[in-house]
Design a protein around this ligand. Sequence first.
Ligand SMILES: [Cu+2]
Length: 252
Amino acid sequence: MTEVVSGYASSVDFAMAYITIISIVMLLLITIVMVVFVVKYHHKKHPNPKQIHGSALLETVWIAIPTFVVISMFYVAYVDYADMRETTVYDEEIHVHVKSWQWNWTYKNGTSISSIIVKDLEKDKPTDYYIPLGKTIKFVMKGFEPDFIHSFFIPAFRIKEDIVPGRTTYLFVTPEKTGSFILTCAEYCGLWHSRMYANVNVVSPEAYEAWLLENAPPSSGEELAESDDPEDDMWGDEEEYDEGDEGLSSEE
Ligand SMILES: [Cu+2]
C-alpha cells in the first residue's frame, strides 16, 4: 500500500499526510490546553469566577486560523483530484464492466477478459490484466442493471471509483513503474466480494502491444462492437451467479 506507482499516488499520499499531521497536531494542542485549563481554573482555586466580556482579537484569531487550516486541507486534496478528473488527453481507453462478482476489461482491439472469482485461494489464480507503462489510461466503467454497486480500487495507484448500475464513471491513471498490482472491489457487494480481485500488470508498451495482439479476438470489427454487450458469452449463464460452489471459478 505504501508503494508509489503512479504520479497521482504521490499527491494522494501527500494530501493524506498533510491532513493526518495537522489533525494530530490539533488533537495534541486541544488536549493539552484543555488539561491545563482544567487544572489551572479548578473551582477550588477560583471559588468566585471572574466575569469577562469576550475578546474580539482572540475570537478573530480562533476563527481565522482554523478556517485557514481547513481551507488549506481542501485545497491540497482538491488540486490533484481536479487535475485527475479533468484530464482530457490520454493514450488509451479501457472499458471496465462489472457484474457480481467479476470484472471484465475490454481493450481497444476488442480483447475482452473476464476475471475469475478467486473461490479457492490455493487453486484459483487471479486473472491477469495488462496496462502499458507511462501511458495515460482512461478506465470507462459501467455496471449492469440490476446489480450491486461495486468499486474499482487499485491501491498501488491510489485510484478508486464506484461502479453504479446504469451509470458510467471513469478514472485516469498513468503507471510509472512496472510490476503486478492488485485490483479489488472496495464496495461491499455480497457473497464473493472479498474474492473479487485480479492482478493489474504494468509492462512496457511493447510488451503490452504484443500481449494485446496475442489476445485479440479472432474476428474483426463487428464482434468488437458487441463485446461490451451484457449478453456476450464472456459472462456465461445467469445461473452461474447463483450462490453455490459450482460456477465461475473454473472458467477462464
Ligand atoms: Cu464488492
